[in-house]
Ligand binder design. Structure first.
Ligand code: ZN
Length: 326
């Protein structure tokens, strides 16, 4: 595993995320999770899980990866970003309270024993628990368990490259097309996120992207144009989720209107083949990009697979619609 810290100007620098914090001895980085202990950066909370649940994979959201399946999902604590609108702030912006830790071996044995075929690292920012997620994902690969990351993509290229060798699919936040938004709302930057998306795509990880559209902050249609242009520069077949905002944490804006979400969905569909709206009342079915045949019928978090061959191609025209069934 890649080393995640080094000495810079007589300080110890954490190399995990683009923040590149240099905490003094026994102090934490900006994430409040990773800590300098005697010139090593460690995670004193390694293996401490905040929550776990067997979720429909549609809830991650992943719409083209094992559709209709349940995925065992676990979360940790902390985040590399500090989004004022965080929808999971109770675990992302606080350190662990429960001392109970589990090792990667124990956890993977638990998955096997319960016959869980896939696992998602989600809820908080899983990349912060890098060592644990890395070891667990590697073990999962050995045992044939599929691995999923739900992440903000805010990590440096070296650790990203190494971890993604053991990841099957990821939903990555694309919070805004503007660096200013990342700076002001999230205490981060846009470029590293785009880099992470490119790395994951080039390593053949199945990726889907999500934007939480927030009233007055990133709801300008120009942002939708820029984001969908970036995605289509990689592939028109990457599923893109446009999600409606509800007030949370330190931000209290009006919930995003469904007409805004509809407008974004239509705009993104000019460049992308699979665009979905999240947290809204209208339908999110998947249609064949070639013949228009319905392939997956969705109702909230249930997915009814129709007209697909075993290899994920359309039964009518044999087109590959970037759907992984097994
Ligand atoms: Zn077709």
């Amino acid at each position: 595993m890649v080393k995640l810290y080094k000495k810079v100007d007589n300080k110890i620098q954490c190399d995990l995320c683009p923040n590149l914090c240099k905490p003094d001895n026994l102090k934490f980085g900006a994430c409040n999770i990773r800590k300098n202990v005697d010139s090593k950066i460690i995670n004193p909370y390694e293996g401490i899980i905040s929550s776990s649940s067997l979720d429909p994979i549609e809830k991650k959201p992943l719409y083209h990866f094992l559709p209709g399946s349940k995925i065992y999902s676990i979360g940790f604590f902390g985040c590399t970003l500090k989004c004022k609108f965080c929808q999971n702030y109770a675990i992302s912006q606080f350190a662990p309270r429960a001392p109970q830790a589990i090792t990667p071996e124990e956890f993977v044995n638990f998955l096997i024993k319960n016959n869980y075929k896939s696992v998602a690292f989600t809820y908080s920012e899983p990349l912060l628990y890098y060592e644990w997620v890395y070891k667990t994902s590697k073990l999962c690969k050995e045992k044939g368990v599929k691995t999923v990351l739900v992440t903000n993509g805010y990590i440096n290229p070296e650790p990203a490259n190494e971890l993604l060798n053991f990841i099957d699919a990821a939903n990555i936040d694309f919070k805004s097309s503007k660096d200013d938004f990342y700076v002001e709302m999230c205490s981060g930057h846009l470029t590293p996120v785009k880099e992470f998306i490119k790395i994951a795509f080039n390593k053949n990880v199945h990726i889907e992207l999500t934007t939480l559209v927030i009233t007055d902050l990133n709801d300008n249609i120009e942002e939708c144009v820029e984001i969908s242009e970036f995605i289509s520069s990689l592939s028109k077949d990457i599923p893109y989720h446009i999600s409606k905002y509800h007030p949370a944490y330190k931000l209290n804006k009006r919930p995003t209107s469904e007409s805004t979400i509809m407008e974004w969905t239509m705009e993104a569909s000019l460049r992308l083949n699979y665009v979905y709206a999240g947290n809204v009342s209208f339908s999110n079915d998947t249609y064949c990009k070639n013949c228009g045949n319905i392939l997956i019928n969705r109702d909230y978090y249930t997915a009814d697979i129709k007209n697909l061959n075993e290899d994920g191609t359309c039964r009518q025209c044999l087109t590959d619609n970037n759907i992984i069934l097994h």
